[in-house]
Design a protein around this ligand. Structure first.
Ligand code: APR
Length: 230
């Protein structure tokens, strides 16, 4: 079975109503990265950071997978599909994808600030954490999110998956954030790369097949193209 590896970013969930980061009106136009997405920001003003992720978590619980997510899940009937996502929502899983690696953490999880192995899952009924919410060892809980300046524990695993891809598909990422953006360098030489994005993306990788569409339409076009290659 052909192994399709898919690297997704915020644009994958845009049609589900979740804001991207760097588009006009994106999250980083309205919030400072330093304040809400760094360990230093959390030390300075933990309540601001918890509020930011509480709001995003609620939005993610309310969102539903779009046709791009469901299209990728359906592709598992014909291909081995591994999704590596920079997204912290769980829309790939909710669409039915069974092999999903989260590079930047997961919004519906929180963890102990003292012991990172103590991870707890929140539900739509109880989507918030606040100052004073503690792990079983008595330390404050924080979002299970990889902040800027923190290590990306899943990157080695992601590199290994990209190395064995027969085809790489990149959807809805501006490829601005490393090490995730560098994953394209790990494909075997000659591996076809498809890039789905309605806007220009500076991916200077030779031979990239650019599908200039949103995720839903783009995944549909991709499936047709792959079918034609059978
Ligand atoms: N379908 C597909 N792509 C889209 C759509 C859509 N409907 N709408 C917008 N896009 C594209 C944009 O053109 C852009 O290239 O999605 C991309 C979003 O880029 P970013 O906002 O930079 O998001 P991303 O690349 O995922 O950011 C990476 O940055 O702040 C961090 O941790 C955060 O994981 C995130 C990382």
């Amino acid at each position: 079975m052909k192994h399709i590896v898919v690297l997704t970013g915020a644009g994958m969930s845009a049609e589900s109503g979740i804001a991207t980061f760097r588009d006009s009106g994106g999250l980083w136009e309205q919030h400072s990265i330093e304040d809400v997405a760094t360990p230093e920001g959390f030390c300075r003003n933990p309540q601001l950071v918890l509020d930011f992720y509480n709001a995003r978590r609620k939005a993610a619980f309310e969102a539903i997978p779009n046709k791009g997510h469901t299209g990728l899940a359906e592709m598992e009937r014909e291909y081995k599909v591994s999704v590596i996502t920079q997204n912290v929502d769980s829309l790939h899983e909710r669409a039915g994808s069974t092999d999903v690696l989260h590079l930047h953490g997961e919004l519906d999880k929180v963890r102990s600030t003292a012991d990172p192995s103590l991870i707890y899952t929140l539900t739509a009924d109880n989507p918030e954490i606040h100052l004073g919410d503690k792990c079983e060892k008595g330390s404050q809980l924080r979002p299970h999110i990889v902040w800027f300046g923190e290590a990306v524990p899943m990157i080695e695993k992601a590199m290994g998956i990209v190395r064995v891809a027969d085809t790489l598909v990149v959807i809805g990422t501006s490829l601005n954030v490393y090490p995730a953006a560098g994953l394209l360098n790990y494909v075997k030489s000659g591996t076809p790369i498809y890039l789905i994005d309605p806007n220009e993306v500076k991916a200077s990788y030779p031979g990239v097949h650019f599908i200039r569409k949103g995720a839903s339409e783009g995944v549909e076009e991709l499936r047709g193209l792959l079918e034609g290659l059978k």
